[in-house]
Design a protein around this ligand. Structure first.
Ligand code: FAD
Ligand code: MLT
Ligand code: ZN
Length: 487
């Protein structure tokens, strides 16, 4: 423990942080800004899936940018590692401290004000701890849309969305978090505050620094606020659920609907029968909208802000030809908002449903959209060969070329045996990804689960540049150690 002086009294609650340091943190954030009772700290020390667990010297909850700055300046001076946390819904262990008990969890959930909405500029300034759904609602109240949307939106935060460059179910039309952000405010590891809260759509004044921090998973600094882009609120929506014989048919339908519907095609989500089976088995109130089972399904959403768009007619037209020539086996179109929500629940429930089937190994990959069928074929064959009986829970944002190629253990195998094979299984999947010049993380990030894997798939030069940036911004390596960058 380099940072603990020999004569210092250790904090009796953690025995890993000098009392002097925890007292100073308390001075900065106040009594409400510190959690020490194990009952209070437990939710911060285990992730959503229960796949990662950690210990912390303290859970610190600053309520302002100035308080974040004060805490980081102190941690920098004392060499105390900091794990920033938002809603703790991340899927690769990025928000978990390690097992040493020396790290501080810096939760931003009290930094949650909407600072400003500028309707004419179509921007909203949110603090990092704002829950995504609250930001969506704030935009809706002024007749605008904040389009980032995903199954975790009731818990995940704007800071976490930025730090992971989150994607979700509307990237096809609106882009990912990087595309939805005009400016950010960041506290650097030494406590200095960079105010980059500019709401400009055009700004060519040198390097665009915000993009360094977006997607950096808490490894370069703490994002405390952001200027987000707003859009016209859709006034019309059509949601269809279509059954297909194969991923090839899904890509053919994608090409067809893109040409027919243009930017109105907002969501295009693929799911395998196994994924739907898990949802039907475990998620309350979910029923199969079709009379017979089919191998693959698509959830398709069209949206438009024009009152004359007539999207129902458009989607019917779009599905007609493919239904006649057997590319689509069956289809239902939601008659109202309740039916649309029920269809979306079949897709958005997959992640949670999979938890009921024992441990899962997640792969969040992307390949060119045209390579999706080839990837599924090759990766499925390679895995079934490697682990007979493994269950492929394949689904995702296929219109973005992003698949969640998740795996559940063979029903008769032991949990621990399956978990122990994660590295080997990942290698099999990622080698196929590499054959299609894809990415081993499309939207969830590297966190702790994939950071070693990138050594195999990124060039030495790319890794060297990443390490140089880390060294420049965080020379004492206090920000989220053990995440993103390989050892
Ligand atoms: P956390 O989990 O708390 O943190 C994630 C990472 O960001 C960590 O490395 C953390 O250190 C860092 N971080 C958090 N806040 C800050 C900050 N203010 N400054 C600097 N670093 C910070 N993700 C998608 O992209 N698309 C999906 O469709 C999607 N669906 C999901 C569905 C479910 C049911 C679940 C559980 C998760 C899903 N996710 C999805 C993953 C997750 O919700 C996103 O990664 C989300 O952006 C994480 O936000 P969070 O606030 O929970 O961040
Ligand atoms: C989703 O799109 O549902 C999540 O990003 C995927 C997951 O939980 O693996
Ligand atoms: Zn996803």
């Amino acid at each position: 423990m380099e940072s603990v002086e020999r004569n210092d009294t250790l904090n009796p609650l953690t025995r890993e942080l000098p009392q002097r340091v925890s007292d100073r943190i308390r001075d900065i954030v106040g009594e409400r800004g510190i959690l020490t009772d194990p009952a209070d700290t437990a939710p911060y020390l285990s992730d959503w899936r229960g796949a990662y667990k950690g210990k912390a010297a303290l859970v610190v909850r600053p309520a302002s940018t100035a308080e974040v700055s004060g805490v980081l300046a102190l941690c920098h001076q004392e060499g105390i590692p900091v794990v920033t946390q938002g809603g703790n819904t991340g899927l690769c262990g990025g928000s978990m401290p390690d097992a040493s008990g020396r790290q501080i969890v810096l939760s931003l959930n009290r930094l949650n004000r909407i600072r400003n909405i500028d309707a004419a500029n179509d921007t909203l300034v949110a603090e990092a701890g704002c829950i995504l759904a609250d930001v969506q609602n704030a935009a809706r109240e002024v007749g605008r849309l904040f389009p980032l949307s995903m199954g975790s939106e009731g818990s995940c935060t704007i800071g976490g969305n930025l730090a992971t460059n989150a994607g979700g179910i509307a990237v096809l039309r609106y882009g990912n978090m990087r595309d939805l952000t005009l400016g950010i405010e960041v506290v650097l590891p030494d406590g200095r505050i960079w105010d980059g809260l500019r709401g400009l759509r055009k700004d060519n004044t040198g390097y665009d620094l915000k993009h360094l921090f977006i997607g950096s998973e808490g490894s370069l600094g703490v994002i405390t606020a952001a200027v987000l882009k707003l859009y016209p609120l859709p006034t019309e929506k059509a949601v269809a659920f279509a059954a297909l014989p194969s991923p090839e048919a899904a890509i053919e339908l994608f090409k067809h609907l893109r040409s027919l519907c243009g930017p109105r095609l907002t969501g295009f989500e693929l799911m395998s029968r196994m994924s739907l089976d898990f949802v039907l088995r475990h998620m309350a109130g979910c029923t199969d909208p079709m009379a017979e089972p089919h191998p693959w399904y698509l959830l398709i959403e069209l949206t438009d802000s024009s009152p004359t768009a007539n999207l129902r007619e458009l989607i019917e037209t779009g599905l007609m030809g493919p239904l006649e020539d057997g590319q689509v086996l069956d289809a239902v179109i939601a008659a109202d908002e309740a039916q649309a929500a029920a269809l979306w629940k079949l897709r958005e429930g997959i992640s949670e449903a999979q938890n009921f089937e024992g441990p899962s190994i997640k792969h969040d990959i992307s390949v060119p959209v045209s390579s999706i069928p080839g990837f599924i074929d090759k990766a499925s064959a390679a895995l079934s060969n490697e682990i007979p009986g493994i269950r492929l829970v394949c689904y995702g944002h296929v219109g973005d070329g992003n698949l969640h190629f998740n795996l559940s253990k063979p029903p008769d195998s032991e949990n621990a045996d399956f978990r122990a094979q994660a590295g080997r299984i990942g290698r099999v999947v990622y080698d196929v990804v590499a054959q299609f010049t894809g990415s081993i993380s499309a939207e969830h990030g590297l966190g702790q689960s994939k950071r070693q894997d990138i050594v195999r798939y990124k060039s030495d030069l790319e890794l060297e540049l990443m390490r140089s940036i880390k060294g420049l911004l965080d020379p004492k390596a206090i920000m989220n150690p053990g995440k993103v960058l390989p050892d």
